[in-house]
Design a protein around this ligand. Structure first.
Ligand code: PSU
Ligand code: MN
Length: 308
């Protein structure tokens, strides 16, 4: 066996390589949300809008995916369009899928876990998305716990998200993160946000009030050389919040349908997202788009503080 050389599997866009060399602020972005999280063409529009939002806030956006046997760090417009149009026809790539997708040159969208791996290999410490995966409801029986949580336990990338969806067991998700030593910081909130809505009734460990405060904690963690990531939980803006009862009803209906149809494993999260969108006549999608943009903006601000 040769010596490990993960860099051989990275394909850094020139703009990204230059930005990193110059210590400019960069924000990594995932691609499963594009291919498996939203319908075409809103997914492509949103992905491009997220990139534009990061730029406007003064950082370089870096969307990550797997293509042609490489982890692509920074996608072109055409590549984002390709992933968005292909939708679930492209693979959903988490940690366990990475070696196979690279060896077999499979095109794939990266989850939070796989995006964190790519970002870390490229030297990007900050990542924005919609929501992280978590402990699924009924996990005591199904054992369905997203690999995102184990990634947060070991890979030093901070993830800005709107909490996690209530398709998950949020209380167990927070317990799991605590066990594995992952700090959960609420951005200007004392509560862990529930993705489409601002409130879950569950407290976060700590509240940060500014991007500078978040950056200071990330810098301290890096200096301590502690492994693992940080969750920065940023609630959806009040004006974009979805109606709690509507979402809750749709969620319970979607979970029931998934159960009846025997949908599980990596297919369950995309199924539930699409079902909830259908049942709320698109209201969940509008909220989803707004919260991702809000996270992109905050991540860019934190990225600027980190290099400042
Ligand atoms: N949660 C969302 N939207 C998403 C996802 C999660 O609200 O698009 C995606 C992310 O890419 C996340 C993945 O990493 O689903 C988790 O999938 P699983 O539960 O199969 O680990
Ligand atoms: Mn799962």
């Amino acid at each position: 066996m040769e010596k490990p050389s993960p860099a051989a599997f990275l394909d850094l866009a020139p703009e990204v390589a230059q930005a990193l060399a110059r210590h400019q602020p960069v924000v990594a972005l995932e691609s499963t949300i594009i291919a498996h999280g939203m319908p075409y063409p809103r997914n492509v529009e949103t992905a491009l809008l997220v990139e534009a939002t990061v730029r406007q806030a003064g950082a370089i956006p870096v969307t990550i995916a797997v293509m042609q046997g490489k982890i692509k760090i920074g996608l072109s417009r055409a590549e984002i369009e390709l992933l968005g149009q292909s939708g679930t026809a492209v693979s959903k790539i988490s940690r366990r899928d990475l070696p196979i997708a690279l060896a077999r040159r499979i095109t794939g969208a990266t989850t939070v876990a796989a995006t964190m791996i790519g970002a870390h290999l490229a030297g990007i410490p900050l990542f924005a998305t919609g929501g992280i995966g978590g402990v699924h409801r009924g996990a005591a029986q199904t054992f369905d716990i997203s690999a995102d949580l184990q990634e947060l336990a070991q890979t030093p990338v901070a993830v800005v998200c709107a909490g996690a969806k209530s398709i998950l067991d949020l209380e167990l998700t927070l317990e799991y993160l605590e066990t594995f030593g992952v700090p959960v910081l609420g951005f200007q909130t004392t509560e862990f946000p529930a993705f489409f809505t601002r409130h879950s009734g569950l407290p976060v460990d700590y509240t940060v009030d500014s991007p500078a405060e978040a950056a200071q904690i990330l810098r301290t963690k890096k200096q301590l050389n502690l492994r693992g990531g940080v969750v920065i939980a940023n609630p959806i803006p009040p004006a974009a919040e979805a109606d709690f009862y509507r979402i809750d009803l749709a969620t319970r209906q979607a979970l029931g349908e998934a159960d009846a149809r025997g949908i599980k494993g990596k297919a369950i999260t995309p199924f539930l997202l699409a079902k909830i969108e259908e049942l709320t006549q698109g209201a969940s999608l509008e909220a989803n788009i707004q919260l991702v943009l809000n996270n992109a903006r905050l991540a860019a601000e934190i990225a600027r503080e980190l290099v400042g």
